[in-house]
Design a protein. Structure first.
Lengths: 225, 225, 225, 225
């Protein structure tokens, strides 16, 4: 493993790309840190792995914490807090699909929760992983753009030089041509969302005025209390 | 009821807006048609109402058929086909949220299925109803835009002159100011999606080339069969 | 249809069996009543069919109302109340499986809700339909007995002279030999449950004593307030 | 921790009871083994914890592996196999409730899967944990008996000298009086199930005869092929 790690980190540096690794065992944390990886990822199966999350409190590296596929919006944030309780702040939320009556897609991409994370519940960056969420190559493009529009500012996407011969998750891996098109589309979608966000009007900004009007109406009709 | 219907239709005509009514009982179909409504809506609770869907085969009016909240992507399309079996074609699909482990949002907006309807399974227009899908006023804006980006070309949204005093579904109703902002944002998102759709690359368009390359490799290494 | 109905009712009378029919259209109610059927069934797809439920308020016949597969325990009871609001009381609850992450069984039999209906929320009889809940012939027997043990006093089960050639739902239909064994097992399970129910101890019956003890402890240690 | 462990093991030995501990970190396995615990438990949050399951391959102690609340029947068995791949056999399956549209109960007890484990898919013993499955004290009794009737031969149940002041999971903890009644009821239910199991008739035992009859019919009507 050590040798493989070194190769990946070296390749990443050659192309100026950060290296993200999925961490499975708390005991492996220092090994990865020493190897020079740039970021940890907690995979969906370990979303509620207490020992692992506790151990990650102490790493200075950023952590992408994937949402467990059975976790409610807020319950997920409580698991994320487990990493952050001692002061760690560089954590990235990740919506990668939850269970539902759906059979057609592998999971169900929950853009409502992406929106809730970004517009209501959290200040952390939100990633969308439409590859695992849909499990279908041709849906990754539109579902990724939907995730950005809902509030994501990070995109996780699987691609392969030839996904038809990929050892794992080939059905959801993009062809290089598709990746190129998606990257450009994601950039334009991101630009539009940032622009539209300037006009976004939360209820908190206008409710007060309506409440005042209702108070005034009540006073007019029933007299002031 | 007859009088109320006439008033709504009249109001619609005055403002040049089509009138959509939710139909509950097969026996009411001619009554609504005669009153001059422009479009029928099958609500979520009646998504699998056999008698109602059978009856709607014979109406010339368009029908918005909301997806039942427990229906898989393809199972839903089979229920939609029930309306279409005798040749009816003016049907609009509608994703309004399905069940999931989520508690925070009222339902879970399934953009993966919107993408599947539009990019893979159907030629029918797809509506997104983010009001029922999220049940939370402040999430309707981003979730609607996500739905458009995923493949929707129709938007259903609830608004109210003052949702704080609405008789029903007030938590998800937009303030008029929010509706105005959303309409403009939806138009810009729609413009971007139509533009990006021109570059969308389906696997069918490139798989053949990869398969040919794999065949050539096999022939080179193992000899032609 | 009229002729078929008459045949079924006649057959039922010959063997001293009540006739249950699934009702789909509110307009059909009097037709079935006049034909002499003994009981209506509202199928799962119509569990939230407002027009049908409203119409059934007026029938003197008992109604088996199947739970919709996306309905929470209490939400289902609110739909059942729709039939009962004008005073109708002869309604039978029916748990026939809900959606879940399960793929193996057709639906997921929710015995926790059966227990809640019987021991906490309702005085109505509860039916268990393990045929639709599991969709697998060999699981119908144990799942039915589980339903009885959880609180059901009515059993719905599909059988066929030869389920291998059944026109519908053959995978879940019992062979006659299996039906015979299940009926006997259900009777013995029912006998045991009624016996055990005499010893069942609800929290309401003992909580008071524990609360009194806690009050006494508090008084002893901190003085009476 | 070491001191607490020793106390629990000592208490267990005094009363002739085996000690089960929930294991969270692979690194803790030898510590628990050395302390003399009798059995490991993998909790629901760690049902898909790869590093932990891999490590448990090497323990001689039995392992209760709780099913993840988003796992399909068969998908769960694949995770269980992870512990068993090197030859370990003393593993106990455990159904403790899965996600569903239910809000009333904490989870949804899946007796259909218990039946599938016992009657179709596995030779391992199956435990039912109705405390976590329902989360409601008064439903634990009927849901436990339902689990036994469905195929469970092991029962997990939470109790407390006074659950009203329990530090954790008090809503689902039984009062001692309720525990006593449940134990007796479970024994009688178990006795009945073992008796009824002798008459249980699987399709495999009778299908052949029906298939032969169908072949004979075909030959009679259409001639032998």
């Amino acid at each position: 493993m050590k040798k493989g790690l070194a190769l990946i980190v070296k390749a990443g540096r050659e192309f100026g790309l950060p290296t993200v690794v999925e961490i499975l065992d708390p005991a492996d944390v220092p090994r990865y840190e020493d190897a020079g990886v740039a970021c940890f990822q907690v995979g969906e199966p370990n979303s509620k792995n207490q020992a692992l999350l506790n151990r990650l409190r102490a790493t200075p590296l950023p952590v992408v914490h994937k949402r467990g596929n059975s976790l409610d919006t807020e319950a997920y944030l409580l698991w994320v807090e487990r990493i952050m309780t001692a002061g760690k702040e560089n954590v990235i939320l990740c919506e990668r699909g939850i269970t539902s009556p759906n059979r057609y897609t592998r999971n169900t991409l929950d853009v409502g929760s992406i929106a809730a994370f970004h517009y209501q519940l959290s200040g952390l960056p939100v990633a969308v992983d439409a590859s695992h969420a849909t499990g279908i190559r041709d849906l990754v493009h539109p579902a990724t753009l939907a995730g950005i529009m809902a509030g994501a500012s990070v995109v996780l996407v699987e691609a392969h030089p030839n996904p038809l011969i990929a050892k794992s998750d080939g059905h959801q891996g993009l062809f290089p041509e598709q990746l190129r098109v998606l990257v450009r589309a994601a950039e334009e979608t991101w630009r539009l969302r940032r622009e539209l966000d300037r006009a976004y009007l939360s209820s908190a900004a206008i409710e007060k005025e309506y409440l005042a009007r209702m108070d005034a109406d009540r006073a007019r009709y029933f007299g002031r209390r």
